[in-house]
Design a protein around this ligand. Structure first.
Ligand code: GLN
Length: 195
């Protein structure tokens, strides 16, 4: 069984854990750098990206997460987790001086809360490249991915906006596949792992 981690400092990590275990993966919760050893992939869950980034600083995880990727680890960010992966974060709160730290591993400009306050949360059937049937995507104060670099492969769009991308071993979804019963994107992530 693949050994995968879920970043478990904040957010919807239990739901990812349950889904991945349901698919036969061996799942480890990651809070400290040492928790990353022996994993082939890691899910960065949805939640609140400013809280998560503060906790990554407190737990000393920024460098170890970059090293994990550099050594061949796969990463999948959902919503706030995708924000953490991006090259640049737009819409950081003023108390952060408009700057929010991110891993800089995914070559996109992520815009937080991109779908506006009027439509905080919505569901939409999404055509995803590689999936035969539309995916029931749940968006919760979701970001969008702008200005993708040349190595970024677009996998899904909603309302003309990029909401799912892949770049090498990195997968990012603006929506929450762990909160709907459809397991196909978790399967996609697991199928891309080397061990
Ligand atoms: N709006 C949140 C943020 O910017 C993300 C929301 C989510 O993960 N569902 O961090």
């Amino acid at each position: 069984a693949p050994r995968v981690g879920v970043l478990a400092v904040q957010g919807a990590f239990r739901e990812h854990r349950a889904r991945l275990e349901g698919l036969g993966a061996q799942v480890h919760e990651v809070r400290l750098p040492a928790d990353l050893s022996g994993l082939s992939g890691l899910v960065l869950p949805g939640g609140e990206s400013t809280s998560m980034s503060r906790l990554l600083t407190d737990f000393g995880l920024w460098g170890p997460l970059r090293d994990f990727h550099a050594r061949g680890g796969a990463l999948w960010g959902t919503c706030a987790g995708a924000i953490l992966l991006a090259r640049h974060v737009e819409g950081a709160p003023p108390q952060f001086g408009g700057h929010q730290e991110s891993l800089g591993l995914l070559d996109v400009n992520v815009r937080r809360n991109a779908f506006g306050r009027q439509v905080d949360s919505f569901a939409a059937p999404l055509d995803v490249r590689g999936l035969a049937e539309p995916f029931p995507a749940l968006f919760i104060r979701a970001p969008l991915f702008g200005d993708p670099g040349p190595d970024v492969e677009p996998l899904a769009w909603h309302a003309g906006q990029l909401v799912m991308v892949r770049q090498g071993r990195i997968l990012a979804t603006a929506f929450h596949p762990e909160l709907t019963p459809d397991a196909r994107i978790h399967e996609l992530f697991l199928s891309g792992l080397t061990a």
